[in-house]
Design a protein around this ligand. Structure first.
Ligand SMILES: Cc1cc2nc3c(=O)[nH]c(=O)nc-3n(C[C@H](O)[C@H](O)[C@H](O)COP(=O)(O)O)c2cc1C
Length: 192
């Protein structure tokens, strides 16, 4: 119980990584195994995945992604801090259940990664047409999300939303990243 809570605590969105520490295909296959184990509405399993470890391909994928919309003076990670690998989450059918399935699968991916010290960031801000070209995607598949991966080189801390102006994440002058989370009292509206 304590271990899973600890993993959930450190399973933050990381956006700066050590680009010199690569991940191998076997590791990404392990992450896909965890995605495979996720619950799926009606067990339809509409999701498909593309893993990217090739350096040049990874640079191309990076060019399609939008980072940290709330950090207006930050354009995303510099080359030496860019993710080393990606998992592109695709669906065979565009249904709302595919979105739920994707959330569950990505959580399994991210938790499995952080258990090995590998950080991740789920990205929905994607130039999808461009990424589809880069991946030479077949017509029957559509892109839902990209999970960026690598060894983190930033501190990401959860704080109470009561200590922050609002829900927007922010950084201090040292580059520490703070994520305001709503308090239990605000979330749990009734205990019957
Ligand atoms: C569905 C989804 C889409 C997201 N898309 C982006 C994105 O495009 N770019 C980005 O930098 N972060 C993205 N994030 C990360 C969120 O900004 C992050 O989860 C939120 O700020 C809370 O931080 P935490 O993950 O550390 O708790 C996304 C997260 C989710 C769940």
């Amino acid at each position: 119980m304590e271990r899973i809570k600890e993993l959930i605590q450190i399973n933050r969105s990381y956006r700066r990584f050590d680009n010199s520490k690569k991940l191998d295909m076997g590791f990404l296959e392990d992450l896909i195994y965890s995605a495979r184990m996720a619950q799926s509405a009606a067990n339809l399993q509409p999701l498909r995945y593309i893993t990217v470890t090739d350096e040049q391909k990874a640079e191309q994928v990076f060019s399609t992604l939008g980072w940290a919309g709330y950090l207006k003076d930050w354009d995303g990670p510099e080359p030496d801090e860019q993710p080393v690998s990606y998992i592109v989450v695709l669906t065979t059918k565009d249904s709302s259940y595919a979105q739920v399935d994707a959330g569950l699968a990505m959580q399994n991916i991210c938790l499995t990664a952080i258990a090995a010290g590998v950080g991740s960031c789920i990205l929905g801000n994607i130039k999808k047409e461009r990424l589809a070209q880069i991946l030479e995607l077949e017509e029957d598949l559509s892109i839902l999300y990209v999970v960026a991966l690598g060894y983190p080189v930033e501190n990401v801390r959860v704080i109470s939303i009561r200590e922050a102006p609002d829900h927007k994440y922010f950084r201090d002058e040292k580059g520490n990243h703070y994520v305001p989370k709503r308090c239990i009292d605000d979330l749990l509206i009734k205990e019957l």
